[in-house]
Design a protein around this ligand. Structure first.
Ligand code: COA
Length: 317
């Protein structure tokens, strides 16, 4: 990935929001309908419960509105809406519906890079700001429960629904993005996929094996582009697919899992929403301060991987 050409304008995140459906499905409830157990799901994945329900538009509007409120922005001031989702409500127009319901007057489009969608959207949003946009609303939302086979114990415990949003605003100078990386390896498409109208099919073990490798590879590229070391990172915000994947990736990167934001126990894998949900959780808990370096890193179907290093609040040293 090329080094960042710092132009006149960089970007910082000025607001964030989240949305989770009300309905909680616990591991015990799943165990009542299929041959699994709370103990198996907890120990193999770290998931204790997940949220299920709602639509991609509805959840996006909820998280997007919160992010706008926190940023103190009237919707009319947003220059572009980027909606990362792999579960649009309709073949097209999901982002346009969100644009309309939020009262935005700007371009709107979907980004689909499976569970890496938010990261692709984040890099895209920075690109829009480098090209002159002043305020971009980026939302990551997925309603994976709609494409999950609820009779398949190999996938049903993993996937769930949710949304996370951030407002990015232009600032003078370099902004928050210090380094980024986007990867894809289409030769691995078959190990995790969903046909149009179908449900998620997955070779779990193989996805696990590759996931750790591609997360670490991508993270190392972003660290190198940013010119920083893993020890400089205050907090890792990883895709929430399996606590064992997060742990293995942290081990290989040489950072304690205590320095990772983890929400998977209560959210499951919410795909495009997982990184913004984990980021918002860390922010809401006061785990991130101005000037901290963050490593955001994800992977997903495709297979895709992506990462970036952010200096929270932007600016130089
Ligand atoms: N409950 C109980 N047993 C289950 C089960 C469940 N929900 N799902 C699978 N099993 C069984 C298997 O049938 C297997 O039994 P066997 O040994 O008799 O054949 C055993 O548990 C072990 O299965 P295995 O697939 O080896 O488990 P695992 O440790 O690899 O964990 C995953 C399975 C799916 C949790 C794990 O591989 C994983 O998380 N992979 C990555 C998935 C992912 O991240 N997907 C999203 C990408 S964005």
């Amino acid at each position: 990935m090329p080094a960042i050409r710092h132009g006149a304008k960089g970007a910082v995140i000025s607001g964030w929001g989240t949305a989770l459906p009300e309905k909680v499905v616990t591991n015990e409830e799943l165990a009542a309908t299929m041959d699994t157990s709370d103990e198996w799901i907890r120990s193999r994945t770290g998931i204790e419960e997940r949220r299920v329900g709602g639509s991609t538009v509805g959840l996006s509007v909820e998280s997007g509105r919160q992010a706008l409120e926190m940023a103190g922005l009237d919707p009319s001031r947003i220059d572009a809406l980027v909606l990362a989702t792999t579960t649009p409500d309709k073949q097209w127009g999901t982002s346009a519906a969100v644009q309309n319901e939020l009262g935005l007057f700007c371009g709107a489009f979907d980004v689909n890079a499976a569970c890496t969608g938010f990261m692709y959207g984040l890099v895209t949003a920075h690109g829009l700001i480098a090209m002159g946009a002043d305020r971009v609303l980026l939302i990551g939302t997925d309603t994976l429960s709609r494409i999950t086979d609820w009779n398949d114990r190999a996938t049903a415990p993993l996937f769930a629904d949710g949304s996370g949003a951030v407002v990015l605003e232009s600032v003078d100078g370099p902004g928050q993005m210090l380094g980024w990386d986007l990867d894809a390896d289409g030769s691995a498409l078959s190990i995790l996929q969903s046909e149009v109208g179908g449900t998620i099919k997955m070779e779990g073990k193989e996805v696990f094996r590759r996931a750790v490798r591609i997360m670490v590879d991508s993270a190392e590229k972003s660290l190198a582009h940013a010119g920083v070391q893993i020890d400089d990172i205050k907090l890792v915000v990883p895709h929430q697919a399996n606590i064992r994947i997060i742990r293995a990736a942290c081990d290989r990167l040489g950072i304690s899992i205590d320095r990772a934001s983890v929400v998977i126990q209560r959210t499951g894998n919410t795909s495009s929403a997982s990184i913004p949900l984990a980021l918002a959780d860390a922010l809401d808990r006061g785990r991130i301060e101005h000037g901290d370096l963050l490593l955001l890193v994800g992977f997903g179907g495709g297979m895709t991987a992506a990462s970036c290093v952010l200096r929270w609040g932007g600016g130089l040293e």
